[in-house]
Ligand binder design. Structure first.
Ligand code: AKG
Length: 301
């Protein structure tokens, strides 16, 4: 069927990568200076203790290859299965304008549509982006048994699970002000570009006095590098996720996920503790940006 074949399609920039390769070999972010790129550490197993010491407390990402390969979601989440389960659910649609150098949520938000309609769009012959960001899994109870909990997260007080799906998805560059996250690739492949908290000053964040304080202004998907000269001094980290791979995205790390062809992912969330934060500047931005956003949203209501 056409939905399934679109699940196997790759965009023009993608090439094959083996399940073991931690660094992408694509030009997904062409125009980005990758001279000083860092690979994300890639492991086949992670104990609770090692996760805590080497990644959570050290505020450093890691990818656990095949961590979710036994999940029902990985074997069952075809477009037809998702349509049966949550086809009627109304969800937001995002699309990244490719001729704008700068992005904000208002530039990408396209309104709300039933999942069924968006899955149908994913099956069309073109390669246009169809991005369904962050469906709370509490709104998709039909799918929750397909998702499991990781052993290395034992002891973390998991707060929520979200799912992201679509075709050729292009997420805005953003960091989580307070949350720790594990992004699991369920269907298809996803490239993720990351920048550490020490690079936040070089990735052109929206002002902290705006509701987009946790987002970058840069359109990484159509990068006009000459508009953002300080980006050349930042160190990009990249990883390509295959179905079943789990990526730990530490608090305050800017990340830019790109789904290749049809893809679906799941994110587990929990609260960070201040000892795990990514430095003073990221902490101040998170605290004061959140206060500013809450107050300004309350005043405009
Ligand atoms: O996979 C995506 O498109 C977005 C995921 C994400 O940003 C996250 O899990 O924090």
């Amino acid at each position: 069927m056409s939905l399934v074949s679109s699940a196997l399609a790759v965009n023009g920039t993608a090439v094959q990568a083996t399940a073991k390769s931690a660094v992408c070999t694509t030009s997904t972010w062409s125009g980005l200076n990758m001279r000083c790129e860092q690979p994300v550490r890639s492991v086949d197993f992670l104990s609770v203790e090692e996760f805590q010491a080497a990644h959570l407390d050290a505020c450093t990402p890691v990818v656990v290859r095949g961590a979710a390969k036994a999940w029902g979601a990985v074997s069952r989440w075809t477009p037809a299965y998702l349509d049966d389960a949550i086809g009627d659910l109304e969800v937001p649609l995002r699309r990244t304008p490719m001729n704008d150098a700068e992005l904000s949520v208002s530039a990408v938000h396209q309104g709300f549509f039933p999942v069924r309609e968006l899955l149908e769009q994913c099956s069309s012959d073109d390669e246009e982006e169809v991005y369904i960001p962050g469906i709370a899994m509490k709104n998709a109870p039909e799918l929750i048994d397909d998702v499991e909990r990781y052993g290395f997260l034992a002891g973390q007080n998991l707060r929520a699970i979200s799912m992201f799906m679509g075709r050729n998805t292009r997420c805005l560059g953003h960091m989580h002000p307070f949350a720790q996250a594990v992004l699991t690739q369920v269907v298809g492949e996803k490239d993720v570009l990351l920048f550490s908290p020490s690079d936040l000053a070089r990735v052109y964040m929206h002002p902290w006095t705006s509701t987009g304080f946790f987002q970058s202004r840069i359109n990484f998907h159509a990068l006009q590098a000459d508009r953002f000269p300080q980006l050349a001094d930042a160190t990009p980290w990249r990883v390509r996720l295959q179905p079943g791979d789990a990526l730990f995205i530490p608090v305050h790390w800017l990340h830019v996920p790109v789904g290749i062809g049809f893809s679906a992912s799941v994110t587990h969330w929990w609260r960070s503790s201040p000892g795990q934060w990514g430095g003073l500047s990221a902490a101040l931005r998170s605290v004061f940006g959140t206060i500013f956003s809450v107050v300004s949203q309350a005043l405009t209501r």
